[in-house]
Ligand binder design. Structure first.
Ligand code: NAD
Length: 329
C-alpha cells in the first residue's frame, strides 16, 4: 500500500492485482507512481482526498479471492482511515465487497452496499463537460450540436459518451476493435462507423480516445485531422514530448486525468457528505468544465502546454490548502 500525499485528505486509490512484475521493487515503484497520479487527480478535481494505491502481486484471474481481499481489508483497517482502496485493473466490485467485510475504508462499492454503483456514465458526462470547455476555447461556443466527433473505443465509458453526444446533437463516427460494439451503436443511434485502424484519419472537430493509453504518439500526430483531443482514456500521451508537439500543431488537448475524473468525483462524493446523492454528485462532475477552463488559463499564463498546466493546477491547490491547514481548527 503506497500513500503519496495526504495534504487534502486520506490517501485514496484503487487496488491493482497483477502478476507481471519483474520484481517486488518493480511493483513498489508502480504503486508509488500510481499513488502520485491519484494525488494529482484528486487535487485538480477539487476533491478533498490524497493519493494512494494498493498492489497485490498475484494472478488477476485467481479464483479463491475471498481470503486474499479480506486480508487486504484487515491491513487497510489497521491504517485507521489513512488509506481508502477501490477497484482497479485486475480487481472487481466483488473483491471490494470482500474488503468491505473487514473495513469501511473502501470506495467503488455497489449501490446495495451504500456505494455509487456503475460510475462509467459519470466518467462519460465529465468527458463531455471537458469537450464543451474545449469547444468554447476553439469555437467560442460550448455547443456540441453539429460538431463532428470521432470516438475510439465503445466500452463502458465510450458507449455512454456516444449516447450522451447523440442527445446533444453531435455528428458521430465511432470505432471499436469489437465490430459488434460498433454495430450496436449504429443500430441504436444511426452513427457512422470507421474501421478501428482508420479512426485517426477522420476529418472531425474532436478526436475522443476512449480505449487504450499512448494513443497520441509520433504516428498518430501525423494523421489526426481534428482541432481538439478530448477523451476518457488514461495516459493518452505516449511521451511527454507529444504534449508539446500537439500544441505546436495547433491542437487543443484536454488533459486526460482532468477529463476522466467524473466517475471518481461522483463515487467519492459520499465520503464528504455521508450518502450518495445523484444530483449533488452530478453537479460536482459538471465542474470539470471549469477545471478545464482553469487549465487553459494556467497554460496561457505560464506559456506551457495544457498537460503541464494540469499538473501545475494540482500542485497550486495542494500548496494553498497546506497553508490553510496550518491554522488551528
Ligand atoms: P472498456 O474496457 O470497457 O472499453 C474499452 C473499449 O476499447 C473496448 O470496447 C475495446 O474493445 C476497445 N478498444 C481497445 N483497443 C481498441 C482500439 N485499438 N481501437 C478501437 N477500440 C479499441 O474500458 P472503459 O472502462 O470504457 O475505459 C476506457 C478508458 O477510459 C481506459 O483507458 C480507462 O482507463 C479510462 N477510464 C475509465 C474510467 C471508468 O469510469 N470506467 C474512468 C477513468 C478512466
Amino acid at each position: 500500500i503506497a500513500l503519496h500525499d495526504t495534504t487534502l485528505g486520506p490517501a485514496t486509490g484503487g487496488c491493482r492485482m497483477w502478476d507481471r512484475y519483474a520484481s517486488e521493487l518493480d511493483a513498489i515503484e508502480d504503486a508509488l507512481r500510481l499513488a502520485r497520479g491519484m494525488t494529482y487527480k484528486y487535487a485538480a478535481a477539487g476533491v478533498n482526498l490524497g493519493g494512494g494505491k494498493a498492489i497485490i502481486i498475484g494472478d488477476p484471474k485467481r479464483t479463491d479471492r475471498e481470503p486474499v481481499f479480506r486480508l487486504l481489508g484487515k491491513f487497510i483497517n489497521r491504517l485507521g482511515g489513512k488509506y481508502f482502496t477501490g477497484e482497479d485493473v485486475g480487481t472487481t466490485l466483488q473483491d471490494m465487497e470482500y474488503i468491505r467485510m473487514e473495513t469501511e475504508y473502501v470506495v467503488t462499492l455497489p449501490t446495495y452496499l451504500g456505494g455509487a454503483g456503475d460510475i462509467a456514465p459519470m466518467t462519460a458526462f465529465g468527458t463531455i463537460r471537458a469537450m464543451q470547455a474545449c469547444c468554447n476555447r476553439v469555437y467560442g461556443s460550448d455547443s456540441l450540436e453539429g460538431r463532428q466527433v470521432a470516438v475510439q473505443g465503445l466500452g463502458a465509458v465510450g458507449h455512454n459518451i456516444v449516447g450522451q453526444l447523440h442527445e446533444l446533437g453531435a455528428r458521430l463516427v465511432v470505432a471499436d476493435i469489437d465490430p459488434e460494439k460498433a454495430d450496436a451503436m449504429t443500430a441504436q443511434y444511426g452513427v457512422e462507423t470507421a474501421p478501428p485502424e482508420e479512426i485517426f484519419d477522420v476529418d472531425c472537430d474532436v478526436f475522443c480516445p476512449c480505449a487504450l493509453g499512448k494513443v497520441i504518439n509520433d504516428a498518430t500526430l501525423k494523421r489526426l485531422r481534428c482541432k481538439i483531443i478530448c477523451g476518457c482514456a488514461n495516459n493518452q500521451l505516449a511521451e511527454e514530448r507529444h504534449g508539446h508537439m500537439l500544441e505546436a500543431q495547433g491542437l487543443v488537448y484536454a488533459p486526460d486525468y482532468i477529463t476522466n475524473a467524473g466517475g471518481t468525483i461522483y463515487d467519492t462524493d459520499r465520503l464528504e457528505v455521508g450518502n450518495v446523492n445523484h444530483d449533488r454528485g452530478r453537479a460536482k462532475v459538471s465542474r470539470i468544465y471549469e477545471n478545464i477552463q482553469r487549465v487553459f488559463e494556467i497554460a496561457d499564463r505560464d506559456r506551457i502546454p495544457s498537460y503541464l498546466a494540469a499538473d501545475r493546477m494540482a500542485e497550486e491547490r495542494i500548496q494553498r490548502i497546506a497553508e490553510v491547514k496550518k491554522y488551528r481548527d
